[in-house]
Design a protein around this ligand. Structure first.
Ligand code: SAH
Length: 268
């Protein structure tokens, strides 16, 4: 008998913790432990200060019984590589950003993540944490569709990286236990999506294409782009586009490209 222990749901396989540019191997080990005790195993590390951080003695020591999380973890060069197949990326940061998603507390985003995982067997969720010293950059925050902020004391709100991971993972585990106890609650909870939510890679591909097409038709001046793309990114990210919707918008861009090309052929 181990007190109030629980069995992690299968959908936790589709949840990953992403650490951006961590400096301290001990923190990475402590993150592995914070995840493992809550039944989460998928860890991704982006551009760590020590390339061999997963086998660094401090990481192994701090991971304690969660060494397997480290050995199975993946290292990526860029944030977008770690998010490629992800359908819901949650930035974890105390700071909101202009044009970024509005902050929500851990329990609200844990609920949303579990709902999306239940609604679509191909959904994948990432919780993205920033570097110890600088926190999440604006660029990295804007790659995410949601923002999780841990409510803290007004005068000091910066948690240690592994402690922030612990709070988020505990929130997920708590939400999973509650929906387990209340099942079959999933049946009458609204299905938020009819189709499959598009992956990070598909959405980023659309933003890049849209920007090119808008430049081509003269709507964006590349020398003075103003805040157009961040605004469009926020608008479209809010709607959590589905696979088919991304395809439609790319189709519109492709049609724009064709007309622009035809127009420039006519001129020559
Ligand atoms: N000096 C940095 C803090 C980084 S702490 C700053 O002031 O932004 C490392 C990471 O832990 C952060 O990037 C974030 O992912 C997470 N974190 C720490 N405190 C948090 C809080 N109150 N809410 C959400 N995330 C937090």
């Amino acid at each position: 008998m181990r007190g109030l222990s629980f069995r992690a749901p299968d959908c936790f396989e589709r949840v990953r913790v992403v650490l951006l540019r961590p400096s301290h191997p001990g923190n990475v080990g402590a993150v592995a432990r914070a995840m493992r005790v809550m039944g989460l195993r998928r860890l991704a590390v982006v551009a760590p200060r020590y390339p061999d951080v997963l086998s660094h003695p401090d990481a192994v020591a701090f991971a304690s019984g969660a060494a397997a999380v480290l050995t199975e973890a993946q290292v990526f060069a860029r944030t977008s590589d770690a998010l490629e197949s992800v359908t819901l990326a949650v930035a974890v940061s105390a700071q909101g950003r202009e044009f970024g998603p509005v902050p929500h507390p851990p329990e609200a985003l844990a609920r949303q993540a579990l709902d999306e995982l239940a609604a679509d067997p191909q959904a994948q969720v990432a919780f993205v944490f920033g570097p110890e010293r600088t926190g999440l950059s604006i660029e990295d925050t804007l790659l995410c569709q949601a923002l999780l902020a841990i409510p803290t004391d007004l005068e000091y709100g910066s948690l240690n990286l592994a402690q922030a991971v612990q709070v988020v993972c505990y929130g997920l585990a708590t939400a999973a236990r509650q929906s387990d106890a209340a099942s079959p609650v999933a049946a009458d909870s609204p299905m938020p999506y009819e189709g499959r939510v598009a992956t990070h890679a598909a959405v980023e591909g659309l933003f890049a294409h849209l920007e090119r097409s808008l430049v081509d038709i003269g709507f964006i001046d590349p020398r003075h782009p103003k805040k157009l793309m961040p605004r469009l990114r926020r608008l479209l990210s809010r709607s959590r586009m589905e696979v088919e919707e991304v395809d439609i918008l790319r189709g519109i861009c492709t049609q724009i490209d064709k007309l622009v090309q035809a127009g420039s052929r006519e001129k020559t």
